[in-house]
Design a protein around this ligand. Sequence first.
Ligand code: FAD
Ligand code: NAI
Length: 517
Amino acid sequence: PAPKPKKRFRFLRWAWRLTWLSGLGLTGAMVYSIYSLRHPEEQFEPSPDKKTLVILGTGWGAVSLLKKLDTENYNVVVVSPRNYFLFTPLLPSCTTGLIEHRSIMEPIRNILRQKKATVKFFEAEATKIDYEKRIVHISDDSEIKGDISDTEVPFDMLVIGVGAENATFGIPGVRENSCFLKEVNDAQNIRKRVMDCVETAMFKDQTEDEVKRLLHMVVVGGGPTGVEFAGELKDFFNDDLKKWIPEIQDNFHVTLVEALPNVLPMFSKQLIDYTESTFKEEEITIRTKTMVKNVTDKYIEAQVTNPDGSKSIEKIPYGLLVWATGNAVRPVIRDLMGQIPAQKDSRRGLAVNEYLVVNGAENIWAVGDCAITNYAPTAQVAGQEGAFLARLFNTMAKTDAIEKELQHLSDTQSQAKSNDERNQILDEIRERQKQLRRTKQIGPFQYSHQGSLAYIGKERAVADISWLSGNIASGGTLTYLFWRSAYLSMCFSSRNRVLVAFDWIKARLFGRDVSRE
Ligand code: FAD
Ligand code: NAI
């Protein structure tokens, strides 16, 4: 008989088999998940006597609600001017073409088609919410309009997840002259304008001062949006622009302007220092204690607080101006707040209770950036709020069904002929009551903070992460790798994950595309 292989080789052989099998399993699971995504099952129409649940928006809050909602329990209607979900954390990377914008978009139609029961979607903007009449007025604001482009959607229950708009604080010239960074078209606009500034600076006979101005990229707002964008833009210059257009090398500058004494106020002191020193290495100028007061088409006017405490006004010329000073309330929300007396003291958005019900309004809930809670307006908060509402609505539908059944049981009990029959129904009633109590036990919304992450350029990121009830504050290349893998895993779908990964590889191999389209 052949001698048995040594123990060590036997182990290797088994390890090899196991790897092979798990590889096969993983491939199978992926093929199956792609197949089922491409071939969704037939959907059914929920019965018309179910309540109508209207959801406004297709952002973090609304989509995380839709993801977990049992749509068979309601007639669900979604209204949003955007027929896709946008993975905002990677939006700054789209401004330089590191990631193509379609890689971080997920069509809402795909998401809704995966639900068991049909969901209606209207690509429209909610222009007014009439909370007393329970009607949302909607308007088609797309380029192509049919005979009807304004109409009403009645609701029994309403979830508002319309997010926020860009804050400008009424500063003159901001809307006319700057780019924002909230939506896909903002990122495309920035990408186009960076290249326009560069090519215009290279125009024949351009004066030296004008070249300097055109190549000065100013970012206003030292929150995470401004910091991430400044880092991405400097990467673009270092990795690609200066290689293809070396003439701009001496004049291309990025300046970050912040009214407060430091950038990234939500991060720890250590990470703020790390970010500031990385920016110094990258030659990104940080102008703190500098509050922009006026914007013209060629320069900004800012009030600077000098080291001795005195204030002066300074003109800063720019070619590209990106405005990232946080959130403001959308008009539709301001209008609703005006209709509800209980909202008269709210300023920054809809005040909600611990179940996310809009104070002073029945059957209206608000999630994400348009709601005011104790938490920062982030995707993390909006996502958890949406998931909480899905649980709440699924539970409410179950309790409705149990209550109906209880009513039916007590009707049959009163018609029961024998004592035995009556006792049997009574037992059933007790059992259903117990179930009802259990189902109703859904606590208030509680946010679980997973940490904050921000990319700061030069393949570095900062992270404030809650870990086993302690806090880890870290910055650097390892954190950057963690940032990349965390965001990749958080992408909405496998399709998004594959596209983003390909974009990263593509940029690494061929560089970013510097054509202006
Ligand atoms: P949104 O996601 O903004 O969605 C609002 C939805 O409502 C959109 O679909 C919009 O089209 C729709 N809508 C607008 N007006 C109307 C209307 N009148 N009627 C109907 N629908 C309407 N947070 C993090 O936690 N981590 C990050 O890394 C991070 N990175 C970010 C990067 C950038 C560049 C930006 C801008 C934000 C980032 N955020 C991040 C914040 C995060 O994106 C927001 O907090 C989050 O999007 C809020 O979710 P929301 O559902 O309230 O609103
Ligand atoms: P922000 O509100 O966090 O920061 C805006 C900054 O602009 C503030 O520091 C403010 O002092 C400054 N500012 C305001 N007016 C100014 C003026 N006139 N002149 C100069 N500076 C001025 O806004 P941001 O960065 O847009 O973020 C919005 C929300 O989205 C935040 O809650 C943030 O946490 C979240 N977000 C999170 C990210 C992450 O976790 N990586 C990335 C981007 C956004």
